[in-house]
Unconditional design. Structure first.
Length: 191
């Protein structure tokens, strides 16, 4: 497990499809972007608490030729616009365009730690004190390697692939409640 670096800060790593927006399969059309109710408000609460919000998403449809990187960019711009209309801005976006059947193994496809390590290095983040949210086990499984607190949510894929006994929360809003409570407890324990 990686060690904590007190000069770095915690962040919230959030999956896109099934977590922030409705799951539409391999989404290459910006017209298919629709925020899950309450998602923008949940992100706004994280931002108000001073927690950076990092979007981390697997986009294997690029490798499989189902949509292009330009299509992915258009979908992302639509998401950014919808969030901006709600007063929310993401701090960074990381995506994996690979698929193991097409490109072979890579270090960035979730649950691999590549995107998280890049974010750590580029943004000065402490992965062990960060939070990880997604609707599939692979979205949060990186916590087994880097530490941190996982929140597996029931929207989208409903926690697909989770090992027996893994606790789930209803949605991103409930995950944010847990994150904010954890941050408050950390502050109390420091004082």
């Amino acid at each position: 497990m990686m060690t904590r670096d007190d000069h770095r800060r915690a962040a919230a790593f959030v999956d896109r499809d099934g977590t922030l927006i409705y799951e539409r399969g391999d989404l290459g059309d910006p017209d298919g972007v629709e925020l899950i109710p309450g998602a923008a408000d949940a992100l706004a609460r994280l931002k108000a608490a001073g927690l950076p919000v990092i979007l981390v998403t697997n986009q294997s449809g690029i490798a499989r030729g189902l949509f292009s990187e330009e299509d992915f960019g258009a979908v992302q711009r639509r998401l950014v616009d919808l969030l901006a209309a709600e007063g929310v801005e993401l701090d960074a976006v990381y995506y994996c365009p690979h698929h193991p059947d097409v490109d072979g193994p890579c270090d960035c496809r979730k649950p691999a730690p590549g995107m998280y390590l890049r974010a750590r290095d580029e943004l000065g983040l402490d992965l062990a004190s960060s939070f990880y949210v997604g609707d599939r086990w692979r979205d949060v499984a990186v916590t087994e390697e880097v530490g941190g607190t996982p929140f597996l949510i029931e929207t989208g894929a409903g926690g697909a692939g989770a090992p027996e006994g893994i606790e789930k929360v209803r949605d991103l809003g409930e995950a944010v409640e847990g994150m904010l409570a954890s941050l408050e407890n950390r502050e109390l324990n420091r004082g």
